[in-house]
Design a protein around this ligand. Structure first.
Ligand SMILES: Cc1cc2nc3c(=O)[nH]c(=O)nc-3n(C[C@H](O)[C@H](O)[C@H](O)COP(=O)(O)O)c2cc1C
Length: 337
């Protein structure tokens, strides 16, 4: 039904407008939650415990879909074990000028240069707290954090810490996003010194805020556009800093083997990202011989087979974004059942 009727209608309109309309719809019309549960959802349990945080299955919604945490109840109803909200920045910001989200239909892909448009940490905290009353106990909220556009990289750690502190009690886990291609200079935070500085500050704050209790799991999200040398450095630094794991990958700035002739800046996601994301995940997996770091796979998951490929490449959790646009909400059931 989604691919035959709903998708062709949605694809007649501007992609960002459709995205916002869909989110508004699923956040306002709560009667669809039981329907979503029955027709698209999965209740399949396949628990995985990550340092005391239990995920009911291995599938989650990737960051950027629900930046402002407005539809958490819908993601829960669909049966995702977790939804990663954000990227959240300390202050609200508009993001880049529109248009900034483009469908590549023939490639089953998307290019975006949103630029961390979001309503800011305070607003998002309120949304999470409001939703929590209605969410299943075992639904995990991941909070993906970043820096405001106007904050220079020298002060970036300050922005991450503001979000980290504000959202600490509300978050199940955190993701440090240093890999969006749409905030100028952000990917420089993947370099060794910058990364060490940022992660050690967050790790210290984690110990302070946990005050003797279990510290929050922290993931770092990495771009697929990294070479083998950078992969080694990132892996070792993340490990040294005592961070839980790595999410692989964010969108790519490369444009290989595309069918659509499109010349737009931004990050490419969906099917053309899949092999690159799988290879990057696999390279980290090969370094991770003792499974000390938890790896999370994202990039080009459109089917159960794609999902299983991520697991075979060492992912403990898998996240989807573009697959939801092309396959629709039933993707959750298709993958998990
Ligand atoms: C429109 C759009 C916005 C995104 N925004 C974010 C974001 O704010 N933070 C983030 O970490 N990743 C963001 N991503 C990246 C996704 O979370 C995911 O890592 C990437 O799209 C690869 O997965 P996919 O091929 O399933 O889409 C965004 C992706 C898209 C398509």
């Amino acid at each position: 039904m989604y691919k035959l009727i709903i998708r062709p209608i949605l694809f007649l309109f501007d992609s960002e407008k459709v995205h916002n309309f869909t989110l508004w719809f699923v956040s306002k019309f709560t009667f669809i939650y039981p329907l979503a549960k029955i027709f698209c959802g999965s209740r399949k349990k396949e628990e995985i415990n990550i340092n005391g945080l239990v995920f009911r299955n291995r599938l989650g919604l990737a960051a950027g879909f629900d930046k402002n945490a407005i539809a958490l109840r819908f993601w829960d109803a669909l049966g995702f074990s977790h939804a990663e909200i954000g990227t959240v920045t300390p202050l609200a910001q508009e993001g880049n000028p529109k248009p900034r989200l483009f469908r590549l239909r023939k490639d089953e892909a998307v290019i975006n240069r949103m630029g961390f448009n979001n309503k800011g940490a305070d607003f998002i905290l309120e949304n999470i707290l409001k939703a929590k009353k209605y969410l299943s106990k075992d639904f995990v909220i991941g909070v993906n954090i970043g820096k405001n556009k106007n904050t220079p990289n020298e002060n970036a750690a300050g922005d991450y810490l503001i979000c980290f502190k504000k959202l600490y009690d509300a978050a199940g886990y955190f993701t440090i996003n240093i890999s969006s291609p749409n905030t100028k200079g952000l990917r420089e935070l993947q370099e060794e010194e910058n990364l060490k500085n940022l992660l050690s500050k967050i790790k210290n704050e984690n110990a302070v805020l946990a005050s003797g209790k279990r510290e929050k799991n922290i993931f770092v999200k990495i771009a697929p556009d990294v070479n083998d040398e950078q992969i080694k450095v990132i892996y070792n630094t993340v490990r040294e800093c005592g961070i839980t794991g790595i999410i692989l990958t964010n969108t790519t700035v490369t444009r290989k083997n595309l069918k659509e002739n499109i010349n737009e800046d931004g990050g490419l996601s969906g099917k053309p990202l899949k092999n690159l994301a799988d290879e990057t995940l696999n390279k980290f997996h090969r370094l991770n011989t003792d499974n000390k770091l938890i790896l999370v796979g994202a990039g080009g998951v459109f089917s159960k087979r794609d999902y299983e490929t991520k697991l075979n490449n060492g992912a403990a959790l898998v996240q989807v974004y573009t697959g939801m646009i092309y396959e629709g909400p039933k993707l959750v059931k298709k993958i998990l059942n």
